[in-house]
Design a protein around this ligand. Structure first.
Ligand SMILES: Nc1ncnc2c1ncn2[C@@H]1O[C@H](COP(=O)(O)OP(=O)(O)OP(=O)(O)O)[C@@H](O)[C@H]1O
Length: 230
C-alpha cells in the first residue's frame, strides 16, 4: 500500500522547557484508519495539527514524499484535511468556510457542486441546509461537528482526513450515521479519500473504525495490536 504520510522523529514543545512529545515515528498508508490514543494532554490534537502544518515542530513530516511547502500549503491543506474538534472557533459561517476553500486555486472550478454536495451530506445526518448560513458560534456543538465533517468529505479533495474527536458532541444514532458514511467514503473508488487519522476517547468507536492503533506519550509512540472485544 502506498505511503501517504511519514512522521520522522517529530517532537513538539509547549514552551522552551516543556516537551509535549518527542521521537514520534510512524507512517500512514493507504487504507489505514489509525486511531490515535493517549492520555488527556498527551498531545493528540497537537500531533494532528503538526501533520496538518498548523503547528510548529522539530523533525520531518512528509506527504507523498514532500513537505507541505513543497506541495504548496493551500493545496496541501485540501489534500491533508484537518477537522477540528470545536469548529465553533472558525470565523464566519460554514458557507464562508467553503468559499475560502474554493478560493484556493485548485478548487475554483468545483465550488458550487462542492457546497451542494457537502450540504446534502450534512442533510443526511439531520442538519438542515439553512444552518450553513448561521455563524459557527451560533451552532450547537453537534451541528458544527457534522457540518465540518460534511465539508471535509463533500469537498472530496482530501486523501488524508485528520479527525479530532469528530463525534464527541453527537448522540449514538448520529455517531453511527457519520461513522458509516466516512468508512464507505474510504472504501469507495469514487471518493479520493485514502486514509484517516482519528482521535477518539471511545474504546467502542476505536474498535468499530480502527485498522491500526497508535498510543502517544511524552517519550514517543507505540503501535498497539487490534483491540479485543471487552
Ligand atoms: N498553544 C499552546 N500553548 C501552550 N501549550 C499548549 C498549546 N496547545 C496545547 N498545549 C498543551 O500541550 C499539551 C497537549 O495538548 P493537546 O490538546 O494536544 O492534548 P490532547 O492529547 O489532544 O488532549 P485531550 O485528550 O484532552 O483533548 C497540553 O498540556 C496542552 O495544555
Amino acid at each position: 500500500m502506498a505511503k501517504l504520510i511519514e512522521v520522522c522523529n517529530v517532537a513538539c514543545k509547549k514552551d522552551k522547557k516543556h516537551v509535549i512529545f518527542s521521537q514520534l515515528n510512524f507512517d500512514v498508508n493507504e487504507r489505514d484508519i489509525i486511531v490515535l490514543q493517549g492520555k488527556s494532554g498527551a498531545g493528540k490534537t497537537t500531533l494532528l495539527k503538526c501533520i496538518a502544518h498548523l503547528n510548529v515542530y522539530d523533525g520531518e513530516i512528509l506527504y507523498r514524499g514532500g513537505t507541505a511547502k513543497a506541495h504548496g500549503v493551500p493545496v496541501f491543506r485540501t489534500r491533508v484535511f484537518y477537522v477540528p474538534q470545536r469548529p465553533a472557533l472558525l470565523p464566519g459561517t460554514p458557507r464562508d468556510f467553503m468559499a475560502t476553500v474554493a478560493s484556493f486555486q485548485s478548487r475554483k472550478l468545483n465550488s458550487e457542486s462542492d457546497l451542494a454536495n457537502a450540504m446534502d451530506i450534512s442533510k443526511g445526518w439531520g442538519v438542515d441546509h439553512e444552518l450553513w448560513d448561521r455563524n459557527w458560534t451560533s451552532l450547537s456543538g453537534g451541528e458544527a461537528q457534522r457540518i465540518a465533517l460534511a465539508a471535509a468529505v463533500g469537498l472530496n479533495t482530501a486523501e488524508v482526513l485528520l479527525l479530532d474527536e469528530p463525534t464527541s458532541a453527537l448522540d449514538h444514532h448520529s455517531t453511527k450515521l457519520v461513522e458509516e458514511f466516512i468508512l464507505n467514503a474510504l472504501r469507495s473508488p469514487q471518493n479520493g479519500l485514502k486514509a484517516i487519522v482519528w482521535i477518539t476517547h471511545s474504546e467502542e468507536q476505536a474498535r468499530r473504525v480502527g485498522t491500526r492503533f497508535l498510543r502517544i506519550s511524552t517519550s514517543g509512540c507505540e503501535e498497539e495490536p487490534l483491540m479485543p472485544e471487552p
